[in-house]
Design a binder for this molecule. Sequence first.
Ligand code: GDP
Length: 297
Amino acid sequence: MAFEGLAERLQETMSKIKGKGKVSEADVKTMAREVRLALLEADVNFKVVKQFVNRVKERAVGQEVMKSLTPGQQVIKVVNEELTDLMGREESKLEQAEKPPTVIMMVGLQGSGKTTTAAKLANYLRKEKNRNPMLVAADVYRPAAIDQLNTLGKQLNMPVYSQGTEANPVDIVREGVEQAKAENHDYVLLDTAGRLHVDETLMEELQGMKDAVQPDEVLLVVDAMTGQDAVNVAEHFNEQLSISGVVLTKLDGDTRGGAALSIRAVTEKPIKFAGMGEKIDQLETFHPERMASRILG
Ligand code: GDP
């Protein structure tokens, strides 16, 4: 299960402070030290940990006394609120174009789950939001990606626009969006190429696609299992392409939590969705509050 180690450690730390009728500065210090270690061990970015712990310390020591909670409970409330804030506080909605179709460009490294997530998102939009999406297969470097998206499209009974692997990806997305317009689709999801690592050529190509279709969302798909690598990837993509949000995949795995807890703070871009399995319906909107409560128990 995701966050298992972190949840266990934080819950243990919180249980020590929970019943306290009086919380001294020394208690806060001990708590903060344990929280710090737990977060570092969960692979949370060290700068993020530092800021987080400082804020918790400040608030836990300087907090107002509330009659409804014991001092120990108040400290836990502070940690809970700060954890929620770290992941973005509120659920972040998808943008919607004033004039349809809304164009969503999916970007990310190979293997992150981009193609699967494009189909999952299309399925979500149709099922949950009553939309009529279309998919565009523009990952021309991984031939299997186009077949994969076609298969997923068939499974969903949803149109997939493609021009094979020989065409220019910028032309593919431009013409794909035109087709979506002509066929009155209100959403169009672009599956773009990934690479094994971030590189200049990839970024230039993605920028070309972005310029050509002016997407309403550029969603970066990252594998939560890769921890700080995912955070570095997100930083790069954001710097070069200015993403609008993140989809964290494989949160059903036993990720320690580093990516989920650092990405928002490092990129200042919201996590919009979470992949919770390989199946087409295993995509959830990302709720920072629920995630924090899951960690703190
Ligand atoms: P792409 O190269 O980025 O397009 O990646 P794919 O969409 O082909 O996904 C790579 C692998 O990750 C596939 O085996 C997917 O089934 C798997 N995958 C994608 N999202 C999730 C997820 O949320 N959870 C799990 N467990 N597997 C996922």
